[in-house]
Design a protein around this ligand. Structure first.
Ligand SMILES: Nc1ncnc2c1ncn2[C@@H]1O[C@H](COP(=O)(O)OP(=O)(O)O)[C@@H](O)[C@H]1O
Ligand SMILES: [Mg+2]
Ligand SMILES: [Zn+2]
Length: 547
């Protein structure tokens, strides 16, 4: 029977693990000294050995010749564990079983003594996905661990595991495996499978795995499926290019559909696969740059970094985005760069930019909007009620209960300083998937306090708790006096940055002219608005001129 490489090559002993020697050593010592913990957390990137080590540990405990750090891998308990069908070693995937009912079932299982072997071992994968109530049930069990039961909780996102759980477990951090270690490992496998491949090619495959053994094995597998056992460097390049492109194309589609959920899920996949965020960002930026240039100069222009065919396909898939939309997406992506490079939470920034990109959908160039008011036939992509919200509104106050919900959640964790900090916020708002905390102008120091990593993640989870769903946190300075164009580029469109200066008289005249235009009059009356500033459009792109 054919078995995928990653499964076939699952390490069955501590010795055959690569990259996790620190964990192997600690566990061996604990077994030899008979000092095992009741509960372990295995944290780390996917494909670095968490499940493999959990099974090895289970065998160490239950091997007929054990407990031993070197299980025989031949007795009944050992072989059953390898095949995942031991009655005393249970694996549960929290991602698909998050209900409290599932945990009750688990508690029941735990309450019986091991059926045959020395220990009952419960391996819970992706434990951070458990619902809150399931977490609490698990916590109760961990507080009074039943005898002869060992819990092994695996997670790729340890920051989502409650501290109360963490404090009751021994935590092991699985490291990313270095390209060097991976290349050596792949070389051993290729040699034993009779595959010819150069060192350079193996090196490329290791790098593509970005620290995950499983991912580099899957890449190798794809290459073998593509060209058999004689691998040419050329084939490797081709397959790797396709693998990289897939996730980018997924993101481009999500953006074209303005599907915020899918954008966040794609970013999550990028992170999950352990990809470098900055690299992903620069590739995404390059695609949007090419799309925009192709719209302006045609798909055949030599200014592009990809083939005319490739561009035409991409362009077809992004037909829902106007030239102006593309320009705005590009602008928001460009703005991300300094933050991505300097922040220790680049993911938050990326998520926030994606949500802004998703909300671009409702923005219509003002002249089109005016046309529609005067019956000029311009098309609106959303009903006027929606426009009213996007164009010319001062910030609306947040519903009072979200702030108090957030405060309650912070207080629960006894964090008086952070409670006080939120007391200084001028607004706490809930918008779609975002919690936005604003501080009054001049209070930059509060903003930077809130932006500390630890504070940021605490606030994000408290906000999520208050709202009852996952939220992305944004901390901003107050822009209450600004006329928002809905593009989210508050800094660039704020009153402090009005583009190229024009003589004041000139400006006043323009404002008067605009004010006497019947369409504008209609607009001002309709929305009770007033003209704050006037800026010319760039004739090339149809967007505001930038300074
Ligand atoms: N540290 C490692 N050493 C050797 N192979 C590994 C290692 N980590 C992962 N693998 C390979 O990847 C596959 C999946 O690993 P697994 O232990 O399930 O990862 P995780 O549970 O961390 O996602 C294994 O079957 C094995 O082929
Ligand atoms: Mg696993
Ligand atoms: Zn055995």
């Amino acid at each position: 029977m054919y078995q995928v490489l990653a499964r076939k090559r699952r390490p069955q002993t501590f010795e055959s693990l690569i990259g996790q020697q620190h964990i192997a050593r600690t566990l061996r010592n604990a077994i030899e000294a008979d000092r095992l913990a009741h509960a372990y957390i295995f944290s780390g990137l996917r494909g670095t050995g968490k499940t493999s080590v959990a099974r090895i540990l289970a065998k160490c405990l239950n091997c007929e010749k054990g407990p031993t750090p070197d299980p025989c891998n031949e007795c009944t308990p050992c072989t059953e564990i390898t095949q995942g069908r031991s009655i005393d070693v249970l694996e549960m995937d929290a991602a698909s079983r998050t209900g409290v009912g599932d945990i009750r079932e688990l508690q029941e299982v735990v309450s019986y003594a091991p059926a045959r072997d020395r220990f009952k071992v419960l391996i819970i994968d992706e434990v951070h996905m458990l619902s809150k109530s399931a977490f609490n049930a698990l916590l109760k069990t961990l507080e009074e661990p039943p005898p002869r039961v060992v819990f092994i909780l695996a997670t790729t996102e340890i920051q989502k595991v409650l501290p109360t759980i963490l404090s009751r477990c021994q935590v092991f951090e699985f490291r990313r495996v270095t390209p060097r270690e991976l290349t050596l490992h792949l070389r051993t496998i290729c040699d034993s499978e009779g595959i010819t491949i150069t060192d350079e090619a193996l090196d490329r495959i290791s790098r593509a795995g970005e620290g995950s053994v499983r991912d580099s094995l899957s890449v190798l597998e794809r290459i073998l499926a593509f060209c058999g056992t004689e691998v040419e460097d050329q084939d490797v390049l081709q397959v790797l290019g396709a693998v990289r492109a897939e996730i980018l194309v997924r993101m481009v589609h999500a953006i074209a559909e303005r599907n915020a959920g899918e954008m966040l899920a794609t970013l999550d996949a990028v992170m999950d696969e352990g990809r470098d965020l900055l690299h992903f960002w620069s590739e995404l930026l390059a695609i949007f740059r090419d799309l925009l240039i192709a719209r302006v100069a045609g798909a055949d222009t030599e200014l592009l970094s990809r083939s005319p065919d490739e561009i035409r396909t991409l362009d077809k898939n992004t037909a829902t985005l106007s030239r102006e939309d593309l320009n705005r997406v590009l602008g928001l992506l460009v703005e991300l760069e300094p933050g991505l490079k300097s922040s220790s939470q680049p993911r938050f920034l990326f998520e926030s930019a994606l949500i802004r990109i998703a909300s671009l959908g409702a923005v219509v160039p003002i002249e089109k909007f005016l046309e529609s008011l005067t019956g000029g036939g311009g098309e609106l992509s959303s009903p006027p009620g929606e426009q009213k919200k996007k164009i010319l509104t001062p910030d609306e106050p947040a519903p009072a209960d979200f702030r108090s919900g957030l405060l309650a959640s912070i207080k629960k964790r006894s964090r008086p300083m952070i409670t006080a900090l939120i007391g200084h916020a001028s607004a706490v708002e809930l918008q779609d998937d975002q919690a936005i905390i604003r501080f009054p102008a001049g209070a930059e120091s509060f903003k930077s306090q809130a932006e500390r990593d630890e504070t940021m993640s605490l606030l994000q989870s408290c906000a999520g708790e208050a709202a009852g769903r996952h939220l992305v946190l944004r901390v901003e300075m107050d822009t209450a006096t600004e006329v928002r164009a809905g593009s989210g580029r508050s800094a660039a469109t704020g009153p402090g940055n009005q583009g190229p200066r024009r003589p004041a008289g000139d400006r006043r005249q323009l404002m008067e002219m605009a004010g006497s235009d019947p369409a504008v009059k209609h607009l001002l009356r309709e929305f009770g608005a007033q003209i704050v500033d006037i800026r010319p459009l760039d004739p090339e792109t149809g967007t505001e001129e930038t300074s």
